[in-house]
Design a protein around this ligand. Structure first.
Ligand SMILES: Nc1ncnc2c1ncn2[C@@H]1O[C@H](COP(=O)(O)OP(=O)(O)OP(=O)(O)O)[C@@H](O)[C@H]1O
Ligand SMILES: [Mg+2]
Length: 481
């Protein structure tokens, strides 16, 4: 009897929200009839559904009745101005992108609108091509966010994959496979570059298996010398070796009834490999130095970021163990092979880190998102996650621009990023921004341990703390699990 619902049409469920159409809708709020008409023509030609409103009240009424992907909002409206209207729109629909249009774009207006969550600012008379490019990327991002929400809901309902994001064909196939193999006790081998989500997938297999209420025990087999690894896996009796002053259970017993996740198995010693093969075959083993056989029921999930078959050819990995482990293989593609997942993952991490740091929701500007989608991500999802976390911590408003992304991703120098982030700031403000970024970077590298950071900066802890306070740096709570 299957213990979880088998996948029926996960691929189908990743489509836009039910009732959603493939054409996107835009609401234009502008008091000048000429502007409304020309935008209507321009946007309709691009395939958008367009609705127009001549003032704020009418705009809000239409927004209550229909769903939109974007609002084009004039700054100078009769009655309520665009700037007054913007927070009301954002209150009702925080996710809806709003692009401001104005002929009177003073710097103050730009700053205030962006602070209130406007996506972007367009000056009349606008350049059609640039306007369309801005609209296209804002709409695409909005769609991706909506889809992300929908997808999370579906995955959570169906598979309990609540924290895994992906909509690419290739990842949907991985999800299907995971859901299919989860209920069985088959050994699974997960292969993928570093940071592709191997441990996350292993946890999902466990969480969707009948073993879900028993332990999931991860062990990094590559990081330990053989003797320590064996005593950790199999346990030992008192006196088995010099430092064995008391007997100790091994992880095979700790994981009994559950799942043992053996990470980085390619580097495990050959002796240990043969012992593990025996447990896989006989489901029994002995404590180091012991004489009694212990029976266990443990499911093994193994992971590797190197080519295990090559390790077999090189004589570094036992062929029989390879075939034992490789009953089912889950191949996790690198992130650069599924770029369509990048906007979803980015938003997923923005939500996570904004809420972890008690910040209001964060979004990426259109050019920041473009830079992320274009980058090659050698460190895969983990690198993307770190990059977003940093952006969230550095951000001081709802929109994270490309100036808050690392220079190697945007191709911009640190100086360019600073000057772009502070176009009209005084030298002193820019220097403060530098100080803030450097301190955050150091704290990140020290795992947010202030004492270590102060020591490395060679300043007293009290000085660092004063700076943290003055520069309004949020001390991040540690760890994501
Ligand atoms: N599809 C995904 N959705 C959401 N988060 C993901 C996804 N894939 C990876 N992550 C996140 O990326 C980070 C790296 O994932 P994980 O530790 O599972 O990778 P890994 O393949 O085991 O890496 P390594 O080989 O370095 O051990 C984790 O924080 C994980 O939660
Ligand atoms: Mg891992």
């Amino acid at each position: 009897m299957p213990e979880v619902d088998l996948p029926l049409n996960l691929a189908g469920s990743a489509q836009p929200p039910a009732g959603g159409t493939t054409t996107s809708s835009i609401l234009v709020i502008d008091d000048e009839v000429g502007i409304r008409e020309s935008l209507e023509v321009l946007l309709s030609l691009e395939g958008y559904t367009v609705r127009t409103a001549a003032d704020g009240d009418q705009g809000l009424r239409i927004l209550e009745l229909e769903n939109f992907d974007l609002v084009l909002l004039d700054l100078a409206l009769p009655g309520q101005s665009g700037l007054e209207l913007l927070p009301q729109i954002k209150d009702r629909q925080p996710e809806l992108p709003v692009i401001m249009i104005t002929a009177y774009g003073t710097v103050d207006n730009v700053v205030e609108a962006i602070r209130s969550g406007a996506e972007n600012f367009v000056q009349k008379p606008w350049d059609n091509e640039k306007l369309m490019a801005d609209i296209r990327s804002a709409v695409a991002r909005h769609r991706a966010e909506e889809e992300n929400l929908q997808l999370k809901r579906t995955l959570k309902q169906r598979y309990n994959f609540s924290n895994i994001v992906g909509k690419s064909e290739i990842m949907l196939r991985v999800f299907d496979l995971v859901a299919q193999v989860a209920p069985s006790r088959s050994t699974v081998l997960i292969q993928g570059e570093s940071g592709t989500g191997k441990e996350l997938i292993a946890k999902a297999i466990h969480a969707n298996s009948p073993r879900r209420d028993k332990p999931f025990v991860p062990i990094n087999t590559g990081a330990m010398p053989s003797e320590l690894l064996e005593s950790t896996l199999f346990g030992h009796v008192k006196g088995a070796f010099t430092s064995a002053v008391a007997s100790k259970k091994g992880l095979f017993e700790v994981a009994n009834g559950g799942t043992l996740f053996m990470d980085e198995i390619a580097t495990m010693g050959l002796d240990t490999q043969s012992k593990i093969l025996r447990v896989l075959q006989d489901k029994r083993f002995m404590h180091l130095g012991g004489i009694q056989e212990i029976q266990v029921d443990v499911r093994i999930i193994a992971a590797t970021n190197t080519d295990l078959r090559q390790a077999v050819r090189d004589g570094r990995f036992r062929e029989d163990l390879y075939y034992r482990l490789n009953v089912i293989t889950v191949d996790l593609p690198p992130l650069r092979a599924r770029r369509e997942d990048i906007p979803l993952l980015a938003q997923h991490f923005l939500d996570f880190y904004a809420s972890e740091n008690d910040l209001s929701p964060r979004k990426l500007s259109a050019d920041a998102l473009r830079a992320l989608v274009d980058y090659d991500w050698p460190g895969n999802v983990r690198e993307l996650e770190n990059c977003i976390e940093r952006g969230v911590v550095l951000s001081s408003g709802p929109i994270i621009g490309s100036d808050l992304l690392p220079g190697h991703i945007t191709g911009r120098s640190f100086q360019d990023a600073l000057l772009e982030h502070n176009p009209n700031a005084s030298l002193f403000d820019i220097l403060e921004d530098i100080e803030r970024r450097i301190i955050i970077e150091k704290l990140e590298r020290c795992n947010w341990n202030q004492t270590d950071a102060a020591e490395q900066f060679r300043i007293p802890l009290s000085t660092l703390n004063q700076k943290i306070k003055r520069l309004n740096i949020e001390i991040k709570k540690k760890g994501k699990e």
